[in-house]
Design a protein around this ligand. Structure first.
Ligand code: ZN
Length: 179
């Protein structure tokens, strides 16, 4: 089990456009993904993108097959490894939702995201993934894939009155559990 350091906002490596993965099903890739799941689980994250641990690849993981204590009311998103993703909004509908980020610890912001998307890409074995999703699942995918183009969620916020410290915005939440 290897927990990797999560880069924080301000680190230039979070602002890069990531490189596509070209070699699937390699020991190196499996090791990296295993480290990413260990790292995500250690902080109860909903997802993690390779650039957040300083790896310049188009690789994100998200979801769990169990309830995430940080998002107890969120629907379960299947445990997914997604490489070289492409997101297509299916209509212009957007919805606002509160987001946090392991690279922006202690803060939450209200972020508009497309409600209905299709996403495609590959898993770690090179098998194609093609899903049509909405709601929280669509939000998580959009948040994680933004990391691959150097975008952190505060850059998507439209109303900065809806951005602040988790402990102030949501006093009921255990601050230690946030990010
Ligand atoms: Zn994030």
């Amino acid at each position: 089990m290897t927990i990797r350091e999560i880069l924080k906002m301000g680190d230039a490596r979070l602002l890069r456009t990531a490189q596509p993965v070209t070699a699937f099903d390699t020991d190196e890739l499996h090791m990296l993904i295993s480290d990413m799941f260990d790292t995500m689980r250690s902080v109860n994250g909903a997802g993690l993108a390779a650039p957040q641990i300083g790896v310049d690849l188009q690789l994100v993981i998200f979801g769990t097959d169990i309830i995430n204590p940080r998002y107890p009311d969120a629907p379960i998103v299947p445990r997914t490894v997604l490489l070289n993703p492409v997101i297509t909004p299916l209509d212009p509908d957007e919805e606002d939702g509160w987001e946090g980020c392991l690279s922006v610890p202690g803060l939450r912001g209200l972020v508009p995201r497309f409600s209905h998307i299709r996403y495609t890409g590959f898993d770690q074995y090179g098998d194609a993934i093609d899903r049509t999703v909405d709601g929280f699942h669509a939000r998580v995918v959009q948040h994680e894939c933004d990391h691959l183009i150097g975008v952190l969620y505060p850059m998507r916020i439209r109303d900065f009155k809806q951005f602040g410290f988790t402990e102030v915005l949501f006093p009921g939440l255990d601050a230690a559990e946030d990010d």
